[in-house]
Design a protein around this ligand. Structure first.
Ligand code: ATP
Length: 698
C-alpha cells in the first residue's frame, strides 16, 4: 500500500480485498471470544466439582469466576486496535513473516491458537516503539478505526509501511481523531495510541522506581494506570499477593480514573486518596495553616522518634521469678545491658520489645539449664508472660499506642519540649500544642496531619505491610511526612511517581523531584520528562504558560500536538449572566462542560444556572444526565472537560497562597474550548501582554 488510508474502499481493489479480509477476521475473533466466554462459564459450573480439597475448590472457583466475569464484562470497545506484520529480515527473529492482531485482551480459538495478542505481551511493544529508523523487524503497522457507538464496527484502517520509510508518529489520523474526540464521562484507556516514550515508562521493570515530570495533559495519569496494568500482567502472582495501589489527590479524581483499569481487565487494584490510605475514619478537626505546616515538616519524624524511644527507661530493679522451689533472677545491670544492645540493633520499636522479652526468657532459661534442667517451649511461653517479666518489660520497654504518645506530645508542653528541643523552635512547638486538650485520648480529635503523625509512630513500632507496587499521582503535592507514609508501604517495592512541579498547590509542594524521591525512600531513581501535550490545544496552553515565570519552578515546557481548539477571554459586567449565556451556547455542541471558580463565586453561579433551567452536577462524580459540572477550583486537579469556563481568575489567585499555581491547573483542564470570564482585571501575567485581554483566539 502506497499511502496510509482510513477509507480503504475508495483506494483500490487491493485495499477492498484487505478490508474484506479484516472483516472476515473480525467475525472469527468475535466467534472465538463468544466461545471463550461460554467455556469459562461452563468451567465455573463444573470447577467446584473437579477440584480436590475444599481450599483448592474455592481458589479454582474464584479464579474461574473472575475470568468469566472479565470476559462477560468485556468493555464495549473494539476487540483489537492494531496489527503488526513482520518482515523477513534477521531483526524479525522468531516473528519472521508473522502477522499479529493486538488488542486489550488475548483471544484464542477453540484449538488454543492465539488470534489476538494482549497489548502487554512482549511482542506488542514493537507496535508502540517500532519506527522507520528503528524497525525492530516490523514491515508494517496497521491501526484500525471503529465506530464509537454500539455495536462497534470496523470502519477502516491506516497503514504505515515502515519498510518503505513511512512513519506517521503523532501525525497519525487515528491518533489525532482519538485525541480530538469530544470528552464525555470518565477517563478512557489509551492502549491503541500509547506513544514510544510513554511505552518505555509503562514497560519499565518492576524493580525500577520511576519519577515522571510532565506538564498538563502529557499523559502522566494514563502512563501510571497502564503501567499498573502492564505490571499486573507481567508479574501477576507476585503482585496479586502484595497488591497494587494507586494514590490520587481526591475522590473526584479517583472517580474520574476509576474505569480505566477495569477496562483493561484489572479489577483488583486499590485506588485511594492518601487520607484513605491512612485511616478509614475521616479527620475530625482542621489544623491552622501554621500548625499543619509544622506537622508536615520532615523534622517531625525526628521528634516522634525521639519521643517514642524516650519511653525506654533504664531498668532500676532486678527481675525475680519464682519457679517451683527456685527463684530465678536477672540483675538490673544485666537487664540494662540487654536494653542497650537491642537499641543498637536498630529494629522497629515493637520488635525490640519482643526481642527484650525473648532475651529475658533466654537468661532465665540458662539459669535453669545450669541446674541440668531443660525447660520446654511451654515453659518459655509461660515465663515470658509471667507477672515479674511483664512488669520489667513494661517498665524498661513499654508498649506504646500511637494515639497516647501523640496526645501526650500535643497536650503537654514539657513532653513536647523534651522531644522537640533542638529540632523545632519554641514558636513551632507552641503552634502545634492543643489550645484545649481533650479530657481523654479517646475523645481527642485528629486532623489530617495528625493521621500522618500517627502513622509515622505506628510505622516506627511496626512497619506496615509493603505493597507490590504503588503508583502515586500528583506527587508534587505530597508533604515530606506524607511521602514517608508511602515510603513505609513500598519498602520492598517500586514506585511510579507522577507529577508536575508547576501544578503544586499544597503549602509544602515539592520544588525538586530528587528531594521528593528521597522522602519517598527511592533516592537514586531517575527523573524523566514527558513533554508532548495531548489534552490542551496549543493556544490554550500558550495562554496558561504565561503564568510559568510566576510559578518559580524549573520544568521543561510542554509542546501540544493539538492545533485545534478555541480560547476566548472576555471582561463582563455581570459574571452570572455571562456564565449562563456561555453555558447555553456550549450546550449546542457535544462534550462535557465545566464551570470552574472559587467556592464562594461558584455557589452564585450554580444558583443562576439552575434558575435559567440548566441541570448542573455539583457532585463531581459525573451525572449521566447532566453535561454541566460546577467545579470548585481546588478540585480541578487531574480532571479534564471538553469545554471549560473559568470565571474570575483573579479570585482563584487570591484565594490561597499558591493561587497562581491553582490557576495554572484550572486553565489547563480544557480539551477543546476555554472561556475565561472576568469582571476584575486579569492576573498580571495574563493581562500584561499587549492585546491579550478580551480577545478571541480562534
Ligand atoms: N498516547 C496517547 N494517546 C491518546 N490520548 C492520550 C495519550 N496520552 C495522553 N492522552 C490523553 O491526554 C489526556 C491527558 O492525559 P493525562 O490526564 O494522563 O495527563 P496528565 O499528564 O496526567 O495531565 P495533568 O497533569 O494535567 O493531570 C487524556 O485524555 C489522555 O487520555
Amino acid at each position: 500500500m502506497s499511502s496510509p488510508s482510513l477509507t480503504p474502499h475508495t483506494e483500490s481493489a487491493h485495499l477492498d480485498r484487505e478490508f474484506a479480509d479484516e472483516l472476515a477476521f473480525l467475525r472469527r475473533a468475535r466467534r472465538a471470544l463468544a466461545w471463550m466466554t461460554e467455556h469459562a462459564r461452563m468451567r465455573v459450573a463444573t470447577g467446584e466439582q473437579v477440584a480436590g480439597d475444599g481450599y483448592a475448590a474455592e481458589q479454582l472457583g474464584r479464579m474461574l469466576k473472575s475470568h468469566a466475569k472479565e470476559l462477560a464484562e468485556e468493555p464495549d470497545s473494539p476487540l483489537y486496535f492494531g496489527r503488526l506484520r513482520f518482515g523477513t529480515g534477521p531483526d524479525a527473529g522468531e516473528h519472521r513473516d508473522q502477522s499479529y492482531h493486538i488488542g486489550r485482551r488475548r483471544i484464542t480459538d477453540e484449538s488454543g491458537q492465539p488470534l489476538v495478542i494482549d497489548w502487554r505481551a512482549p511482542v506488542s511493544s514493537r507496535f508502540y516503539r517500532a519506527s522507520a529508523h528503528d524497525r525492530q523487524g516490523v514491515a508494517s503497522r496497521r491501526r484500525f478505526g471503529w465506530t464509537t457507538r454500539h455495536p462497534v464496527e470496523l470502519t477502516g484502517f491506516e497503514d504505515e509501511r515502515l519498510d518503505h520509510g513511512e512513519d506517521l508518529g503523532v501525525r497519525s489520523r487515528l491518533l489525532t481523531a482519538e485525541i480530538e474526540r469530544p470528552r464525555v464521562g470518565p477517563m478512557r484507556d489509551i492502549v491503541a495510541t500509547i506513544q514510544p516514550e510513554q511505552d518505555e515508562m509503562v514497560r519499565a521493570d518492576l524493580d525500577r522506581s520511576l519519577c515522571v515530570q510532565g506538564g498538563p495533559g502529557t499523559g502522566k495519569t494514563a502512563v501510571g494506570l497502564h503501567r499498573a496494568a502492564y505490571l499486573l500482567y507481567t508479574h501477576r502472582r507476585q503482585l496479586r499477593r502484595h497488591g497494587v495501589l494507586v494514590v490520587g489527590p481526591n475522590r473526584a479524581f479517583l472517580h474520574y480514573i476509576s474505569a480505566v483499569l477495569p477496562a483493561l481487565g484489572e479489577v483488583d487494584v486499590r485506588q485511594r486518596t492518601l487520607d484513605e490510605v491512612l485511616s478509614e475514619r475521616p479527620p475530625t478537626t482542621v489544623d491552622t495553616d501554621e500548625a499543619a505546616r509544622v506537622k508536615h515538616d520532615v523534622r517531625m519524624a525526628a521528634v516522634l522518634r525521639r519521643a517514642l524511644y524516650a519511653q525506654i527507661t533504664e531498668p532500676a530493679e532486678s527481675i525475680v521469678v519464682p519457679d517451683g522451689s527456685y527463684r530465678l533472677r536477672i540483675s538490673a545491670t544485666a537487664l540494662a545491658r540487654q536494653v542497650v544492645e537491642i537499641r543498637g540493633e536498630d529494629v522497629p520499636y515493637g520488635v525490640g520489645r519482643e526481642r527484650l522479652r525473648a532475651r529475658i526468657v533466654a537468661l532465665l532459661q540458662r539459669q535453669l539449664e545450669t541446674r541440668a534442667e531443660t525447660p520446654g517451649k511451654t515453659w518459655a511461653q509461660k515465663i515470658g508472660r509471667a507477672r515479674p517479666v511483664a512488669a520489667a518489660l513494661d517498665h524498661a520497654w513499654p508498649k506504646v499506642r500511637p494515639e497516647e504518645l501523640l496526645a501526650t506530645l500535643l497536650a503537654d508542653p514539657e513532653a513536647l519540649a523534651r522531644a522537640a528541643d533542638g529540632i523545632l523552635t519554641a514558636d513551632e512547638q507552641k503552634t502545634i500544642l492543643w489550645q484545649r486538650p481533650p479530657r481523654s485520648v479517646r475523645s481527642a480529635r485528629w486532623s489530617a496531619a495528625d493521621h500522618v503523625l500517627l502513622d509515622e509512630i505506628a510505622g516506627l513500632i511496626e512497619p506496615p505491610a509493603s505493597h507490590g507496587h504503588i503508583v502515586v499521582d500528583e506527587a508534587q503535592d505530597l508533604s515530606p511526612m506524607q511521602c514517608r507514609v508511602l515510603a513505609r508501604r513500598s519498602q520492598h517495592a517500586s514506585l511510579t511517581v507522577l507529577g508536575d512541579l508547576a501544578q503544586g498547590t499544597s503549602p509544602w509542594a515539592a520544588s525538586d523531584w530528587h528531594e521528593q524521591m528521597a522522602h519517598l525512600g527511592k533516592h537514586d531513581s531517575p527523573v524523566t520528562a514527558l513533554t508532548t501535550g495531548f489534552r490542551v490545544p496549543a493556544e490554550v496552553l500558550a495562554f496558561a504558560n504565561r503564568l510559568l515565570p510566576g510559578l518559580h519552578v524549573t520544568a521543561p515546557p510542554t509542546r501540544s500536538v493539538r492545533v485545534d481548539g478555541t480560547l476566548r477571554v472576555r471582561q463582563e459586567p455581570d459574571l452570572a449572566v455571562a456564565t449562563v449565556a456561555t453555558v447555553h451556547a456550549a450546550l449546542d455542541r457535544a462534550g462535557s462542560i465545566a464551570v470552574i471558580a472559587t467556592d464562594a463565586l461558584l455557589a452564585t453561579l450554580v444558583t443562576a444556572l439552575r434558575a435559567a433551567g440548566v441541570e448542573v452536577d455539583t457532585t463531581q462524580e459525573g451525572h449521566p444526565d447532566r453535561r454541566v459540572t460546577a467545579l470548585p477550583a481546588v478540585l480541578a486537579k487531574g480532571l479534564e472537560f471538553d469545554h471549560v469556563i473559568v470565571v474570575e481568575p483573579d479570585d482563584i489567585v487570591r484565594a490561597e497562597p499558591r493561587g497562581l499555581n491553582r490557576l495554572y491547573v484550572v486553565l489547563t483542564r480544557a480539551v477543546s474550548r476555554l472561556d475565561v470570564l472576568h469582571s476584575q482585571p486579569l492576573p498580571e501575567l495574563l493581562a500584561n501582554v499587549p492585546g491579550t485581554a478580551d480577545r478571541t483566539y480562534r
